[in-house]
Design a protein around this ligand. Structure first.
Ligand code: SF4
Ligand code: FES
Length: 371
């Protein structure tokens, strides 16, 4: 394998606490309590180590990162060591004094998540009454502060009919970029797959609507669009390849090759409180297990796309087959592809609209790894 390049970006998942309860949450089944979260000084050291390692960006995420009162200190540390700072937030806890402090600390970009275009749906999906109104206020504050704004919409069967309204909303709030991302089904989202999976027809219509909007909104906003893997023929290059471009630090300090990597049971992760980030990036077993192409089974091993998509998504291979080392079933060359197609057709036709909401109480009741 060739020399290991430094990571481009670090996702700092500073907490799992969150006032919302999204049914497609990508955090692990077992949420970490605040008493287990890494403290300010350990986070600051990890941020410095990320910069030394060659990272260029840090994305502060969660849970809801603004529940941590030391977020300003972490942003200031990242700014001091030359990292570009992005805040990924639901926006429901932001007010002007807090945003001002974050901006003074050096915050450069905000990514605001939306559950739907219309308030009743947004509040129902996120399990938080009044969330949409607060998000709109947060968006206005971010723009008034002069920060660039990205609007994230997570799309599924229960909001897919609002695509055009979502794009209109993004333009109305002055978003420079819109992410239309279909739910990825691992971790908690697996529990709600039958309530979330769109039909093939819905997906085709959305794809047309997004393509038309891209033309219409050229020069106004940029649209990123991620289709659901279950209807793809080739997988995405998840994380830009395992252990190649990104690293993620969990609230307790575990260093992960991907935000959902803890959904792969049996993998062990090193902790930044015990080993340096540079050592973990280069030498940790979890990072090296699926890095590059040496680990690949056929059909990936002999495929000319193996250095394009890196065999797809390890978390999805595990979620569907129980083996993270298999070819991503989203690939039509995978032996497991037919199962993915059958699951999508079955779940999209279920007609369910009830959610298992994501919160600490529900996480306690759920067996680890249950899908
Ligand atoms: Fe990608 Fe493997 Fe499918 Fe080839 S066989 S397209 S490398 S997932
Ligand atoms: Fe973990 Fe794709 S989400 S590798």
């Amino acid at each position: 394998m060739s020399a290991i390049e430094p990571p481009m970006a670090m996702l700092a998942e500073i907490t799992h606490r969150c006032p919302l309860q999204c049914p497609y949450c990508s955090n692990p089944i077992e949420l970490e309590r605040s008493s287990k979260e890494m403290g300010t000084e350990d986070w600051r050291r990890a941020i410095r180590e990320a910069a030394d390692l060659g990272c260029m960006q840090v994305h502060f995420s969660g849970g809801e990162p603004t529940v941590r009162q030391d977020l300003e200190l972490l942003i200031a540390e990242a700014t001091a060591v030359g990292l570009y700072t992005n805040l990924i937030t639901s926006g429901v806890l932001l007010d002007e004094p807090r945003l001002k402090r974050l901006v003074e600390a050096g915050l450069e970009h905000v990514q605001l998540s939306f559950q739907a275009a219309e308030a009743p749906d947004a509040d129902r999906i996120g399990g938080f009454s009044g969330s949409q109104a607060k998000k709109l206020e947060a968006a206005a504050m971010v723009r008034a502060a002069g920060l660039p704004l990205t609007a994230n919409f997570v799309v599924h069967r229960q909001n897919i009919a609002q695509i055009e309204a979502m794009l209109d909303l993004a333009v109305a709030i002055g978003a420079h970029r819109v992410e239309i991302a279909n739910v990825q089904y691992y971790g908690w989202a697996l529990k709600n797959r039958a309530a979330l999976m769109p039909s093939h027809e819905q997906l085709d219509l959305m794809t047309e609507q997004v393509a038309a909007a891209r033309d219409r909104l050229k020069g106004v906003t940029v649209i990123d669009y991620v289709i659901p893997d279950y209807y793809a023929r080739r997988p995405k290059a998840c994380m830009g390849g395992w252990g190649q471009r990104f690293l993620n630090i969990s609230p307790t300090g575990n260093v992960l090759p991907c935000h959902a990597a803890e959904s792969i049971t049996g993998l062990e992760f090193d902790n930044v409180r015990q080993r340096s980030l540079a050592d973990i990036w280069a030498n940790s077993k979890a990072f090296n297990l699926y890095r590059g192409t040496d680990w690949m089974p056929d059909p990936c091993r002999s495929c000319d796309r193996r250095e394009v998509d890196w065999g797809g998504c390890r978390c999805q291979a595990f979620a569907i087959t129980g083996d993270a080392a298999r070819t991503d079933p989203a690939c039509e060359f995978s032996e497991d592809h037919g199962r993915l197609v059958d699951l999508a057709e079955h779940d999209s036709g279920e007609g369910r609209d009830d959610f298992v909401y994501r919160n600490f109480a529900a996480a306690r009741r759920a067996p680890a790894g249950a899908g």
